[in-house]
Ligand binder design. Structure first.
Ligand code: NAI
Ligand code: MG
Length: 347
């Protein structure tokens, strides 16, 4: 099976390097790797953040392991050439419409959460966020009002098929877990949310085994802090999911711990840590590679059909943490490579 490695910028290559060591140890020759530049690194090498050869590799591969993009040297570029356009382009070109972000607090890290330990300990959820629609992709522009004022606008819209396919991912994810799905919307004020809720309820007829509930997004933001242990799977739109998933991640400890998957309708996916390129610590060996190592575990589970290998990696991460492995973001002093070695030793 072919894995496309897109390390990108900043700490991306550092965390990918440790992840590949772990994958070699767990999967041996079952995986082959091919690497291509993306983001600022690709722009500097070839004038575009997502070169054709990189996109080609991503399309050919069975799964994509992505580091991070973002380079302060590129800040002055026009928007289409900026490193961050590469990840948006990949999502669009590959039809990656479902973003899965697990948030779980490793028991060993109870002190790293922004929440009280007894509240944080109960966190074990997955946020399923729609990635290809909503206000980010609607008509947008700048215009002048009749009164002569500048006005920016972004149209929020969803059609029923877009809602139905992400709802199914939510129900399936809940079925593979504790069987509880909470759909988050703002149906009291938004038409898109009213449609969202109607369609989720229609789809629920196919999932009588799943306990479905609905919550307004503002209440959900509050509940994530008050009692995050109540959630199993949350399904929501692009905008609400962007915000709630970052919020949930801080409840679960360091940004350096959290993986993600972005899936198409056939199960192919792009796997990446939720963090960015962290230019403030790049090149210093301070990056925590566990978010990327855990993303590789998701890749084995969701795209490469190697769930036992995924379990082994997740268990090794927990064992390394239990043994005291801590990078600086977790209050310790281990380097990126030493964190990788701690996981290898635990394997
Ligand atoms: P960031 O996630 O790169 O960094 C935020 C803070 O968390 C920094 O203090 C950083 O040092 C720390 N941090 C992040 N990952 C860490 C890790 N693995 N271990 C230890 N500490 C870690 O977010 P920021 O600073 O807002 O963005 C930096 C660049 O990354 C920007 O160009 C941004 O556009 C890009 N970015 C790219 C993403 C992607 O590739 N999917 C996602 C988010 C941001
Ligand atoms: Mg975000």
């Amino acid at each position: 099976m072919l894995v496309a490695l897109l390390p990108g910028d900043g700490i991306g290559p550092e965390v990918i390097e440790q992840t590949v060591r772990v994958l070699h140890a767990v999967c041996g020759d079952a995986l082959t790797f091919e690497e291509a530049p993306v983001g600022g690194a690709a722009y500097k090498a070839s004038g575009h953040p997502l070169p054709d050869a990189t996109l080609d590799l991503a399309k050919r591969a069975d799964a994509i392991l992505f580091g991070a993009v973002g380079d302060p040297d590129c800040d002055a570029l026009e928007r289409r050439l900026r490193p961050e356009q590469a990840i948006l382009g990949l999502r669009k070109e590959l039809g990656l419409f479902a973003n899965l972000r697990p948030a779980k607090l490793f028991a060993e890290l109870a002190d790293a959460s922004a929440l009280r330990p007894e509240v944080a300990a109960a966190i074990d959820m997955v946020i399923v966020r729609e990635l290809n629609g909503d206000v980010y992709f609607g008509e947008k522009g700048m215009r002048t009002t009749p009164a002569g004022r500048r006005q920016g606008y972004d149209v929020m819209s969803y059609d029923e098929d877009e809602v139905a396919r992400i709802a199914r991912v939510g129900f399936e994810t809940a079925r593979a877990r504790k069987g509880r799905l909470c759909s988050v919307d703002k149906a009291n004020v938004l038409e898109t949310s009213q449609l969202w809720r109607d369609v989720v309820i229609e789809i629920s007829a196919d999932y009588p085994d799943i306990a479905l509930s609905h919550m307004y997004v503002d209440n959900c933001a509050m509940q994530l802090v008050r009692n995050p242990g109540q959630f199993d799977v949350i399904v929501t739109g692009n905008l609400f999911g962007d915000i709630l998933s970052d919020q949930a991640s801080m409840c679960a400890g360091s940004i350096g711990m959290l993986p993600s998957a972005s899936l198409d309708s056939a199960g192919k996916g792009l796997y990446e840590p939720i963090h960015g390129s962290a230019p403030d610590i790049a090149g210093q060996g301070k990056a925590n590679p566990l978010a990327t190592i855990l993303s590789a575990a998701m890749m084995l589970r969701y795209s490469l059909n190697r769930p036992a290998d995924a379990d082994r990696i997740e268990a090794a991460v927990a064992k390394a943490l239990a043994g005291g492995a801590r990078s600086p973001d977790l209050g310790g002093a281990l380097t990126t490579a030493q964190m990788g070695e701690a996981v290898l030793a635990a394997l």
